[in-house]
Write a protein that binds this ligand. Structure first.
Ligand code: 76R
Length: 274
């Protein structure tokens, strides 16, 4: 029996691929200027075709520092598509030109720690509005509408056109007295409230997308921070290090900074013309 290539859409959320490449200058220099132009036109076409798929977003970056040159962030529903899109992008400039330096597979996910409707009903009752009372029903309806929008933003985010992006993978520690996974749910929820409080201090300055990768890639989450000012990236990551969730439990991988730009500008910046 042939293996199935029908759709592989997760029951919720999207697949997210972060792809970081360096340009292999020696392979690129072997091409004539006509071949280079063809290659750049081809990559532009490939990305445009990918963008045309439904439930798909593609962001492109000129990467700062020579750790890597070119970054792509791909959000798409179907794993077959994610797989096929990556293969097409990686060969789009011709053999050996785009060298993968780092890549990451993760998925958008709901938060484990958001308040449920049952908890909200209890909170309202504790505040003097028993379940079923006019006030409780009204507040519960508002809460549920807010949560619906919040959940949809987390699972199906609309990425911003902000220029500065910071990427890094992250684990929660599992060592001796500092084992996040040995904490009970209530303790973790309380700790996460402190984390979210720090985060909310950056409203309007930082947008974050935290995508889960347990079982999918090397770390447990991939962090994508978006900003208009590099200072805010440095400030939030620094401030969070003092918050207990990060101070005691966070472990980080490599950090990458990318500038979100249109492809034509990236080509100029990476000196790919001529
Ligand atoms: O979901 C929400 O937006 C509100 C609550 C919230 C959760 C559940 C939240 C808020 N985060 C959550 C989960 Mn976060 N976050 C990080 C980092 O560098 C570091 O120290 C950590 C990297 C940053 C900078 C950041 C920013 N967050 C998570 C998780 C999953 C944990 C789990 O499930 O166990 C991780 C790994 C993580 C890491 N977080 C916020 C922010 C910001 C700016 C906010 C506020 C967003 C807002 O309310 O608008």
């Amino acid at each position: 029996m042939n293996p199935s290539v029908s759709s592989l859409r997760p029951q919720e959320g999207w697949h997210v691929l972060h792809l970081f490449y360096s340009i292999e200058r020696s392979a690129w220099s072997l091409l004539t200027s006509e071949e280079r132009l063809q290659a750049l036109t081809h990559l532009t076409q490939v990305l445009q075709d990918i963008r045309g798929h439904e439930r798909t977003q593609v962001l492109t970056f000129s990467m700062v520092t020579p750790k890597c040159d070119f970054g792509v962030m791909l959000l798409t529903s179907d794993l077959h598509d994610a797989n096929a899109f990556e293969k097409k992008i990686t060969v789009a400039l011709g053999p050996g030109v785009l060298q993968p330096v780092y890549s990451y597979l993760s998925m958008t996910e709901r938060s484990e720690y958001t308040t449920t409707s049952e908890q909200k009903i209890e909170e309202l009752a504790a505040a003097g509005h028993p379940a079923g009372s006019e006030e409780s029903v009204k507040e519960l309806a508002e809460f549920e509408a807010r949560m619906k929008k919040y959940l949809s933003d987390r699972l199906y985010p609309n990425m911003s056109d902000w220029p500065v992006f910071c990427f890094y993978p992250m684990n929660k520690r599992r060592e001796g007295a500092d084992n996040w996974y040995a904490l009970d749910f209530a303790t973790r929820k309380k700790l996460m409230e402190g984390h979210a409080r720090v985060g909310r201090g950056y409203a309007g300055k930082i947008r974050q997308l935290i995508t889960g990768s347990t079982g999918l890639d090397e770390f447990e989450w991939f962090v994508t921070l978006q900003a208009k000012d590099t200072h805010d990236i440095k400030a939030i990551v620094y401030e969070m290090r003092f918050d207990e969730v990060s101070a005691r439990y966070a472990e980080f991988g490599d950090f990458f900074i990318g500038l979100q730009l249109p492809l034509s500008e990236i080509f100029r910046r990476l000196c790919l013309h001529g």
